[in-house]
Ligand binder design. Structure first.
Ligand SMILES: [Zn+2]
Length: 325
């Protein structure tokens, strides 16, 4: 880290695995496109992230498992080439060791369980390969649940029988469950059966931005009751009251989502979930190198250093420690 005094940031959601291919760039060298790469992460005090494996509709339909394996292999390759500067972390000890060595910590995450068959036959294999966080659905239905639609009304079906089996197996193995993108029916089904903390890796407060991807106050309370954590996303549409994809979105509006959740349930249940490389960013948080502007905004609001540490990494770390084995 270039700023050893600042706490490292652990980000709930980034899509660089797919963005690197689309934009033909390498995570290890600084680029003028996209939102995150290692040099910009180091400059911004970003110590790691949930690394999202994301499939297009076509990939999900044709060969979801194969496409996921290809993306995981791309991350392994990146770690290898980085010579220890980027690491796949599987335990909290790995995470702490990565930070002690000023390395970038990657937590392998699936944004949608499409690569896993209804029989769950690939789940243990993916776990062995490093999978430690799972969003049951992206914004398209799969065998397990239905997501919030990006266009039009969302399906109103909750978890399927296989969805409940998936939740049970993830709890048994020690895989964190992520409810961002899950529809409300699936959310409440999950809440009824889960006995571990869970996360919303990149979702905001619907009270401030009434987008269906955001969380109602009741959902925020339910996450807090299970001692989970919500990553505030910078995605303009989920920040703004008008839900517009407008990069002219002031930092204060992003800050308001953190403070809404803190007012509602305290500062143990909110973190950062940027969605770098997966969404339109506000100009003030244009890329990972701009993260110090957010930490400075926390300081200007008079937050204690304990609160800033919780929000920057402590709350996600606590959930990982409670769920991982
Ligand atoms: Zn997403």
């Amino acid at each position: 880290m270039t700023q050893p005094s600042a706490p490292p940031i652990l980000d709930g959601h980034e899509d660089f695995l797919t963005a690197m291919v689309r934009q033909q760039r390498d995570f290890l060298s600084e680029s003028a496109t996209g939102h995150v790469d290692l040099p910009r992460a180091q400059r911004g005090g970003l110590g790691g992230t949930f690394v999202s494996v994301f499939l297009t509709n076509e990939q999900a339909e044709l060969n979801a498992t194969g496409a996921a394996i290809q993306q995981i292999d791309r991350f392994y390759d990146l770690c290898e080439r980085s010579q220890g500067k980027v690491r796949l972390v599987r335990t909290v000890a790995d995470l702490d060791a990565a930070w002690a060595a000023s390395a970038f910590a990657g937590i392998l995450h699936f944004e949608g369980a499409d690569p896993i068959s209804p029989s769950l036959k690939e789940l243990r294999l993916f776990y062995q390969g490093g999978l430690r966080s799972l969003g049951i659905v992206w914004s398209r239905p799969n065998a397990f649940a239905s997501g919030v639609s990006l266009r039009g009304p969302s399906p109103t079906t909750g978890l399927s029988e296989r969805g409940y089996a998936l939740v049970e197996q993830c709890q048994r193995l020690g895989i964190v469950l992520d409810v961002s993108h899950l529809n409300p029916e699936g959310f409440w089904d999950l809440v009824r059966v889960i006995d571990r903390p869970f996360i919303a890796s990149h979702s905001n407060a619907a009270a401030l931005s009434p987008h269906p991807r955001n969380l109602t106050d009741e959902q925020i309370r339910a996450i807090a009751e299970k001692d989970g954590t919500i990553g505030i996303t910078f995605c303009c549409a989920f920040v703004r009251p008008d839900c517009a994809l407008n990069p002219d979105t002031p930092l204060e509006l992003v800050l308001a989502h953190f403070e809404h959740i803190i007012r509602l349930v305290g500062d143990r249940h909110v973190a950062i979930g940027s969605d770098f490389d997966g969404a339109t960013m506000p100009r003030a948080l244009a890329d990972a190198a701009a993260l110090p502007a957010l930490v400075e905004a926390f300081e200007r609001r008079g937050w204690s250093s304990e609160r800033i540490e919780r929000v920057c990494f402590g709350n996600f770390r606590r959930v990982l420690a409670a769920v991982w084995r």
